[in-house]
Design a protein around this ligand. Sequence first.
Ligand code: NAG
Ligand code: NAG
Ligand code: NAG
Ligand code: NAG
Ligand code: NAG
Ligand code: NAG
Ligand code: NAG
Ligand code: NAG
Ligand code: NAG
Ligand code: NAG
Ligand code: NAG
Ligand code: NAG
Ligand code: CU
Length: 562
Amino acid sequence: MKALIFPFICVILLCGVLPSHAEVRRYKFELRNTSYSRLCSNKTILTINGQFPGPTIYARKGDLVIVDVYNLADHNITIHWHGVKLPRYPWSDGPEYVTQCPIRPGTKFTQRVVLSDEEGTLWWHAHSEWSRATVLGALVVLPQKRDDYPFPKPHAEVPIILGEWWKSDVQQVMEEFLRTGGDPNVSDAFLINGQPGDLYPCSRQDTFKVTVEYGKTYLFRMVNAVMNNIMFFEIANHNLTVVGSDGSYTKPINSNYITISPGQTIDFLLEANQNPSQYYIAAKVYARAGFVDNTTTTGIIEYAGNYTPPSSLILPTFPRVNDTLASVTFTNQLRSLANKRYPVDVPLNITDKLLFAISINTRPCPTESPCAGPSDNRLLASVNNITLVLPKEAILQAYYKHIGGVYEADFPDNPPFRYNYTEDTVPGLLWTPENGTDVNVLEYNSTVELVFQGTNIAGGVDHPMHLHGYSFYVVGSGFGNFNRSRDPLNYNLVDPPLMETIAVPRNGWTAIRFRADNPGVWFMHCHFERHVSWGMGMTFIVKNGKGPNAKMLPPPPDMPKC
Ligand SMILES: *[C@@H]1O[C@H](CO)[C@@H](O)[C@H](O)[C@H]1NC(C)=O
Ligand SMILES: *[C@@H]1O[C@H](CO)[C@@H](O)[C@H](O)[C@H]1NC(C)=O
Ligand SMILES: *[C@@H]1O[C@H](CO)[C@@H](O)[C@H](O)[C@H]1NC(C)=O
Ligand SMILES: *[C@@H]1O[C@H](CO)[C@@H](O)[C@H](O)[C@H]1NC(C)=O
Ligand SMILES: *[C@@H]1O[C@H](CO)[C@@H](O)[C@H](O)[C@H]1NC(C)=O
Ligand SMILES: *[C@@H]1O[C@H](CO)[C@@H](O)[C@H](O)[C@H]1NC(C)=O
Ligand SMILES: *[C@@H]1O[C@H](CO)[C@@H](O)[C@H](O)[C@H]1NC(C)=O
Ligand SMILES: *[C@@H]1O[C@H](CO)[C@@H](O)[C@H](O)[C@H]1NC(C)=O
Ligand SMILES: *[C@@H]1O[C@H](CO)[C@@H](O)[C@H](O)[C@H]1NC(C)=O
Ligand SMILES: *[C@@H]1O[C@H](CO)[C@@H](O)[C@H](O)[C@H]1NC(C)=O
Ligand SMILES: *[C@@H]1O[C@H](CO)[C@@H](O)[C@H](O)[C@H]1NC(C)=O
Ligand SMILES: *[C@@H]1O[C@H](CO)[C@@H](O)[C@H](O)[C@H]1NC(C)=O
Ligand SMILES: [Cu+2]
């Protein structure tokens, strides 16, 4: 899809926010019911402009992207610009009932996607129930015109979007597990750029293929848009050089596999340096709990030139499905460039020290309802023992217009009760959380250290935690319980990676730091869709600071209403 591009002239609302080199790019998104055939069966899915994956948005660093979102389907929708900070402008951020009411069928919302320091690969996706399964696409932020990449210019760029497919309607999959209290049905396939690949039925002829020339280097921009799984990714016979993640460059990492969390993006270089032939690109799950789709999605790298194609392609050897060490080892290698051109700015003087315990929980089922969770309980999730219940009004509107009764401003800085979070068997008295719509209020410019502490309530799993409105430095991580006197001594304050999604290891912890200099209302949640549906999320309100450039901008006139 072609965007309309025009130079930036101080448009309504955003004067003074955008740099003078910025361009304005305008896209039209139409949400529609679209018929798609995968795995030998047809179904209707929600798409943007009939495309799956949806259209890629291209922009340069600092541009303003305006997207006119028309809802032509019969389902509520919101769109989130994943990894875009939207300085002082949370109105476009998208999470349903946190920053906005849904765009209802037959209505339109014009979203202003204000880019600032992001550079690299980001993405956009629906942020309403489970519709992000099919409503998503890449958002590529190129360097400014006068700038180069901090690595040799690639011959071409290849988007790779990992996805997940259910033969059933995803809305029904969601409604069913929320009704029964159990786990959602396991998906039927993983996808590379919308295609399951050779190893699934009725899929071979549409397998994603990319042609490469021997001796050339390619930039792959990979997004993990999978709903419920961290993925391992490999290309047979080739090593990969990771150069970026989450819209920020990294020191190069040479590796034969990648671990990528849902929500995360990874940019890597591929040098076409093997015998001209065809090779599998492949992805499969990393997971510690059972009940996972253990299948492998594939695409193909096809060297240009004359050769006899192999009769069958060899799959790369993956780490074992439950190989936590392989998963964590890859993620722990990520480092910022931290040089003169790309400096780091890690907060050193911390004003707010937060510890958030993130748990899967259970609650006894009322006798009358079906109950598919463990021992007659339903599954839930929580942050600091609070299961998020979304309000009927958006929190941002309530905050801006001082409407009471929508949320409470008392989200705790620490778990309400200290216990051995990662104990083999956490006492049953601790398993059932409280309901709440609570926000944690941060002063403008406060410097925050947030430690995510995984717990072993109802079984420990990894949690890919995502913060809206900010990137954060990942300064430390480990297994077991975070120790405030010992663990900070091992922090990386020199070149920590700048991320917006980070997988907290199973029964472990991860420490992040950021400066609260983006006033607004910002969601923070696990990017496993089943976990956020169970309530693993909370909201930060960052107050306005002094001076005109430290205050939230006013809402646009067409903000959807509840
Ligand atoms: C799917 O729909 C197409 C077009 O309507 C039709 O040709 C095809 O036979 C259908 N496939 C299945 C498996 O139902
Ligand atoms: C869209 O698809 C859903 C699911 O198949 C169906 O229930 C609904 O009636 C369709 N709506 C329209 C407007 O076609
Ligand atoms: C989920 O799986 C169960 C068992 O295979 C099946 O009976 C049910 O119809 C599935 N639900 C959906 C929404 O596909
Ligand atoms: C990949 O890297 C490993 C070590 O980093 C090296 O041993 C191996 O030979 C490399 N493989 C290729 C195909 O370059
Ligand atoms: C997953 O599949 C691999 C082969 O691809 C097999 O070796 C392994 O045992 C399977 N694991 C589970 C948990 O089913
Ligand atoms: C991983 O799974 C294999 C069998 O598939 C099992 O032998 C092994 O103990 C598991 N590893 C861990 C760390 O659970
Ligand atoms: C740390 O921040 C506090 C609060 O902003 C300030 O009072 C203090 O002077 C700072 N300390 C250093 C060493 O910068
Ligand atoms: C917490 O539980 C783990 C696992 O059972 C155990 O290894 C550890 O020693 C316990 N920690 C404390 C402080 O009791
Ligand atoms: C969570 O809150 C409930 C209700 O107050 C309490 O019973 C439970 O023990 C708490 N759990 C934890 C881990 O704090
Ligand atoms: C918590 O909220 C859910 C969803 O709104 C509701 O169904 C449930 O009854 C509430 N539970 C308690 C204990 O208040
Ligand atoms: C925020 O803190 C930074 C670093 O201490 C300082 O340079 C800046 O002036 C502060 N901004 C405001 C608006 O207080
Ligand atoms: C769509 O959103 C409106 C506004 O919040 C709400 O009243 C309505 O119940 C939603 N519809 C569905 C089907 O969730
Ligand atoms: Cu989670």
